[in-house]
Ligand binder design. Structure first.
Ligand code: HEM
Length: 464
């Protein structure tokens, strides 16, 4: 696997047909690289293609069969889905928009301070991580974290790094070669149990803290505790719902923003057009806010192009089919892992002209959100970054709002300057977006940029 992805723009994805099957140990992997196949199978036949790969360590043991993202498409999942959808619905996100708005205000203040304090350059990853973590933390528990030295942030970072290390394919071999399950791997088993203990303590404490504040602001945990009073959930369910929200809702947003910032630094002409749009529509006396989204066409196009050109997930979250199926003469055997090759589709020349160029203009005229397009015909989709079918990203509305506030405000406040070492012609070397790092999502290699404030009002609007 890692072999395939050493380089972001490897050609392997194009070598595969629209639908391709490979054998991984005893697992059969069906790789979907054509947009039509994704529409036909994951969307139209969603009832069959919506399960998840059974995983002994990472579903059964780590989540005690209670994980949401890793759950099979069973009755329990169908009971949890409406609860998740309600918490993350467009209406719910709109109701929380002040809170999300204020986190992006703080993020811009942090960038402003950092860019005036740090003379040389900065790497924005940790700032984006803090903001996205703070948004989920505040939504869940109505609390927030001050900076990356906060013990809560440190604890979360340790548990995420532990998880990244654990899910390495070499730790999961018994899922591919079930015979290895006979030789139980005590070391991995003990680590999974320890990670579970840490997770359950971390989220358990968060639940206790909310319980102990009888008054206080509304938050997800409070809603979930009501479901517990009604006998619909128990406390361990809440722990694993929180695990899903923190796991799926932090790294994805922060790595998307880290990628888009790098793509913008490499493309000053794109920034220039965005600045023109912001000056014309917003002016210099206030930050863009959620209600400006319909009028900021170029910003919207940048975000869609960012998700296509450098989205943080390459092969989606694998789906799984539990019964045999036939498709255009192909036999798809029961118990196959079904992979949405997002990266392959996003680099498909038939779908996107010159796919290796960062060209927001390709999305001109598309006014619908990714959430709306993802539920329609595959041909009209902007990109496949949020997955497809019944397992489509549950947090898509929240993600879109975060990306909008992050990108529009960053560009309103700053010019993003590439601060890489100079090449022979005296210009900074372009940030190498082909080099990637793997975590829960895919990240660019560390890069160096400068944020230059765009006008005199920036300080006043951010701190005034
Ligand atoms: C730019 C940001 C994000 C991206 C690119 C993204 C992408 C994805 C993808 C590719 C999947 C798998 C879809 C499939 O199986 O076909 C997924 C699932 C999921 N996402 Fe997101 N996501 C983002 C943000 C969020 C946020 C902010 C949340 C919530 C706080 C969230 C919650 C979830 C959940 C709960 C699932 C599991 C859905 C299921 O298994 O039924 N995501 N996401």
């Amino acid at each position: 696997m890692i072999f395939f992805f050493k380089n972001r723009f490897t050609e392997w994805a194009k070598m595969l047909g629209d639908i391709y099957s490979i054998q991984m140990g005893q697992q059969n992997w069906i790789i979907l690289t054509g947009d039509k196949v994704v529409g036909d199978l994951l969307q139209k036949r969603g009832g069959k293609y919506s399960s998840r790969t059974p995983s002994y360590y990472f579903y059964q043991i780590l989540t005690r069969n209670r994980g949401f993202i890793s759950s099979p498409y069973n009755e329990r999942y169908k009971m949890l889905l409406p609860i998740m959808l309600e918490m993350l619905s467009q209406r719910a996100v709109k109701e929380q928009s002040d809170l999300i708005d204020s986190q992006f205000h703080i993020l811009m203040q942090n960038f402003y301070r950092a860019s005036t304090n740090i003379k040389d350059s900065l790497y924005p990853k940790y700032y984006f991580q803090l903001a996205s973590l703070n948004i989920i933390t505040t939504l869940c528990s109505a609390k927030s974290i001050k900076d990356i030295e906060d013990p809560f942030y440190k604890e979360f970072e340790i548990s995420q790094n532990d998880l990244i290390d654990l899910v390495k394919i070499t730790n999961n071999l018994s899922d591919f070669f079930p015979i290895l399950g006979w030789f139980s791997n005590d070391k991995i088993y003990r680590r999974v149990i320890e990670t579970r203990r840490m997770d359950e303590t971390f989220y358990g404490k968060m639940i206790e803290d909310v319980k102990n504040v009888s008054e206080g602001k509304p938050c997800f945990i409070k809603n979930l505790l009501h479901k517990m009073d009604e006998g619909i959930l128990d406390e361990l369910d809440i722990v694993h719902i929180l695990g899903a929200l923190f796991g799926a809702g932090t790294d994805t947003v922060s790595s998307s923003l880290t990628w888009i910032t790098a793509a913008l630094a490499n493309n000053p002409e794109v920034q220039y057009k965005a600045h023109q749009e912001l000056d014309k529509i917003i002016g210099h006396s206030r930050l863009p806010s959620a209600s400006d989204e319909p009028n900021l066409h170029y910003i919207r196009a940048i975000i869609k192009e960012g998700q296509r050109y450098c989205g943080p997930i390459y092969l989606g979250v694998p789906h799984y089919i539990e019964e045999d199926d036939e498709y255009n003469g192909y036999h798809i055997p029961a118990n196959s892992v079904v992979i949405l090759n997002q990266y392959g589709i996003h680099m498909d020349e038939k779908r996107y002209e010159n796919p290796k160029e960062f060209k927001p203009e390709r999305f001109f005229g598309i006014t619908e959100s990714s959430a709306v397009l993802a539920n329609g015909n595959y041909q009209n989709r902007d990109h496949f970054g949020f997955g497809a079918g019944r397992r489509l990203c549950t947090g898509i509305h929240l993600a879109e709002l975060e990306l909008f506030l992050g990108v529009s405000r960053l560009l309103w406040c700053f010019k993003i300057e590439n601060a890489s070492p100079l090449s022979k012609d005296g210009k900074p070397m372009p940030i190498d977006l082909e080099k990637v790092r793997f975590g829960i999502t895919v990240w660019p290699e560390k890069y160096h940029i400068k944020f230059i404030k765009r006008h005199e009002n920036v300080e006043k609007v951010l701190f005034g």
